[in-house]
Design a protein around this ligand. Sequence first.
Ligand code: GLU
Length: 440
Amino acid sequence: MEPSRARTISTRTANMNNRSEKRQGMYQVVMDQFEHAADIMGLDPGVRKILGKTNSEIVVHFPVKLDDGSIEVFTGYRVQHNNALGPYKGGLRYHQTVDLDSARALAIWMTWKTALAGLPYGGGKGGVEINPKLYSAGELERITRRFTYALGDNIGPDLDIPAPDVNTNPQIMAWIADTYSSTKSPATRFINLHVVTGKPLGAGGLEGRDRATGFGVVATLKAWSKRTGKPLAGMRYIVQGFGNVGYWTSHFLAKEGAVLIAVQDASSTIHNVKGIDPEDLYNHVEANNRSIAGYTKAGTMPPSEFFGLPCDIVVPAALGNQITAANAGSIKAHVLAEGANGPTDTEGEAILRQNGVDIIPDILCNSGGVIGSYYEWLQNKRSEIWKIDEVLEMIHDKIDTAFEKVVSTSEEFKVNWRDAAYIVALRRLEKTYKERGIFP
Ligand code: GLU
């Protein structure tokens, strides 16, 4: 079979295989969480109506010439949920499960995340419905540039600022920044640099943005450890997903003296009770098309048994709806640190709570990424260049502040940390709407 045909078929197969994942609906989960928190705090009914909808939803279909000369038409999304606090902010993911429903859910989570972190941003999210592993670097560049062109003035440094997410990286951000500014007046080229964050250092990136999400995940675990009196040193942890978030979380947890004992990604589930060296695994993944399969210093195990492994910390750092009624009951850890967005569905969460598993909610746990993005954006706006130590300290500071607010709000309302995190975010949005009013 000729290569292009093989790819077309495998693309379709991948899409079909993921239909059920799509239908599980992260949108339903985020709306359940929102409605529940709004009830508890008695959110203003008008504000509730506004936040219950997305402001705009952009769907673009754009053609790209592939390496073999054929043309494929791709579908991209950008959902802008709310911008009461500032420009829309949030990642772009390249994945076969990207659709309008998931972009909506992820955009809404960004609104809560930025509000909770005290950033001057709203929430947006988007991406392209593709499996990027099936395309060459040249094709990915053309897909990215053409997607950026199709989005046109729907994004902008003071309007909507994308960033990396699942399967997107600094290189892709550099292509977006370059395409966006190249299609504007040359006089504004460097003013537009901050149309995206998560750029490589040479293209206006921020030292430390690469590790910001994982660094933040571990900052929340350190705060959890301090509160509960359970030291991280010696704890065993398992990580789902070994992309940017999974790797950096593992790196920083290992520095705290915790031991990585299992990792799962789309290609394999690996396990070693004696410990897996995150740096060694990283090198393997880099050399193996970004997957853990074939790593010889750990055994493999059935994927369905992953979350039930005896361990202390579980870090989902991949896709949404991974912890559900089907596996939540098997989790024996003390704490679930949600590095991914929406990894736990409503039923899964109820089971974890019943079993006394602490949950560090995604909008707090993985907020280090967007906090890092905020500093990159500021650095670009001010034409400054900051050092990594100061950046990481600022991120740590913001995470600690948000964590303390969540804890004090959970005490005030006698609710769990997820509800408390929502209440902190919703209160801030409610205050803004009340003070500013509604145009006209
Ligand atoms: N994609 C990341 C998230 O889900 C980062 C977003 C950003 O930096 O804007 O939080």
